[in-house]
Design a protein. Structure first.
Length: 112
């Protein structure tokens, strides 16, 4: 996991990789307790919500941060990237492919 300062508050990313996450979360809880800071996950993907609810129960608050909802695209248009609206995104993809011609996608867990 890593930490991010969000609106002046220290937040943590959820541990990456495959479960179980108990050891990593226990260490993180200990760190937060030692520093007397709240344990806040950001970003917290909806995929980990059931796990967090099971571990923290009613002690957990799930709050969407609307300022982080950067873009909303039509799924089919975004997949095809056709039209002037997606010109910038196509340029980013083309630049990435040019700079990193040997890049590859490697899933970190089975459900990707």
């Amino acid at each position: 996991f890593s930490s991010v300062i969000l609106d002046g508050t220290k937040t943590f990313t959820f541990p990456l990789g495959l479960p179980p996450y108990d050891e990593a979360l226990t260490q993180l809880e200990g760190y937060c307790q030692q520093k007397n800071i709240p344990l806040i996950f950001y970003p917290a993907e909806t995929l980990v919500r059931p796990y967090l609810e099971k571990r923290y129960g009613k002690n957990m608050i799930w709050t969407p941060w609307r300022d982080a909802f950067d873009y909303v695209y039509d799924k089919d248009a975004f997949v095809s990237m056709t039209g002037r609206k997606y010109h910038g995104q196509r340029n980013h993809i083309n630049k990435f492919n040019f700079l990193y011609p040997n890049h590859r996608f490697t899933p970190i867990c089975d459900n990707t």
